[in-house]
Design a binder for this molecule. Structure first.
Ligand code: 2NL
Length: 354
């Protein structure tokens, strides 16, 4: 019977020389696998006579034990080596300065709305919101906008498909339907500020089909134009941070207010600087709530009066911060957002009107 010494030397050399865990596994299969060298020899035991079988069996079993022990050693050696290599490669220099997280920015529109809300909040207003999709009554009829008014035409208003009853909902063209809903559900006195998205079928360099408005409404007893003027002058001077900002009220027309007034602020048309320069810039529309609107909303105009106003949020953000173009407000260009955005932790840019 052939001696196993030669085989033992060969197998142990194979195991000890394995350079990786994969190579070691190959070696194990070649020796102890189903068709391995040792396995084949053990299969041959059955052909031997009993005495030779016992002797050969013991020798093969001993060799098997030695090989298994050698594989165990080699496995631990290779695992240690792999771990050491990984630790050497993935070393972290804990003394390096940290790379600053890129901190987010508040969008110029959000910041502007926050500032408007903060100013009117100081005056005792609360914020009201409502749906983007409205019906004819809340968006037009209650506001004294007659059926033939141009604002109702297809080229100005986004209409949704006809409903079963033949009526068509609209994307609200202003935030006024929120004031209508408030007047119909809350007992006066009312002081609300209403920021939100609005939609008009209009798209060019200075108009976006979706834009933002911020409207305000006050309902109380004995209100008159003096309250409206004082409220808006205070707001504009605080918002633009110019204590002596010139403010001019100019007679105008809206179907939902009577009288109606356009509000201008002083600026320099040539330089764009606000506050001085002798030119006037239209900034918002306002008026005393039309008695018919109050009545449409279930408020008795003999007992209560109101004043209201509306302004475009993009427009006043552009004026305050010298932003020249409307379109990037809605493009989410990260460079524009970084440039015109605001740090959430920066101190407020609002000043008390001295
Ligand atoms: C503008 C003009 C304005 C109003 C909005 C209003 C709302 C109700 C009743 C009466 Cl429920 N008025 N809102 C009043 C005057 C002007 O907006 O030029 N906005 C950009």
């Amino acid at each position: 019977m052939e001696s196993l010494d030669h085989l033992r030397d060969e197998i142990l050399r194979l195991v000890r020389q394995a350079a990786s865990l994969e190579a070691l596994e190959h070696a194990r299969v070649a020796v102890l696998g189903r068709k391995g060298r040792l396995t084949e020899l053990m299969k041959g035991l059955g052909a031997l006579d009993p005495t030779a079988r016992r002797e050969r069996g013991q020798a093969l079993n001993q060799l098997k034990g030695e090989v298994e022990e050698a594989i165990g050693h080699a496995t631990r050696r290779l695992e240690d080596a792999a771990l050491r290599a990984q630790l050497a490669e993935q070393r972290i220099d804990v003394s390096l300065p940290v790379r600053a997280e890129s901190d987010g920015r508040v969008h110029a529109l959000s910041q502007t709305i926050d500032e408007i809300v903060a100013i009117f909040g100081e005056m005792g207003f609360s914020v009201a919101e409502g749906p983007d999709v409205e019906d004819d009554f809340h968006n037009f009829a209650a506001l004294n906008i007659p059926p033939e008014h141009p604002a109702r035409q297809e080229q100005d208003t986004f209409y949704l498909p006809e409903q079963k009853d033949g009526s068509r909902k609209v994307l609200r063209t202003h935030t006024s339907p929120v004031q209508v809903r408030t007047m119909m559900s809350v007992k006066p006195p009312i002081r609300i500020i209403v920021p939100g998205r609005t939609f008009r079928s209009d798209h060019d360099a200075t108009h976006s089909p979706m834009f933002h408005q911020c409207e305000g409404l006050v309902i109380d007893r004995d209100l008159h134009l003096g309250h409206l003027k004082g409220t808006l002058i205070d707001f504009l001077r605080t918002f633009f941070g110019i204590a002596d900002l010139p403010v001019r009220f100019r007679s105008s027309y809206f179907p939902f207010t009577e009288p109606s007034m356009e509000v201008d602020i002083g600026w320099n048309r040539r330089t764009g600087e606000l506050g001085k320069g002798g030119d006037w810039l239209e900034i918002l529309g306002s008026g005393m709530v039309h008695p018919r609107v109050l009545a449409n909303c279930g408020i008795d105009p003999r007992e209560w009066q109101g004043f209201a106003w509306g302004m475009g949020v993009e427009r006043i953000a552009m004026l305050k911060h010298g932003i020249p173009d409307l379109r990037p407000f809605f493009e989410s260009d990260i460079r524009w957002l970084r440039h015109y955005g605001f740090s959430p932790l920066a101190p407020t840019m609002l000043h008390e009107g001295e």
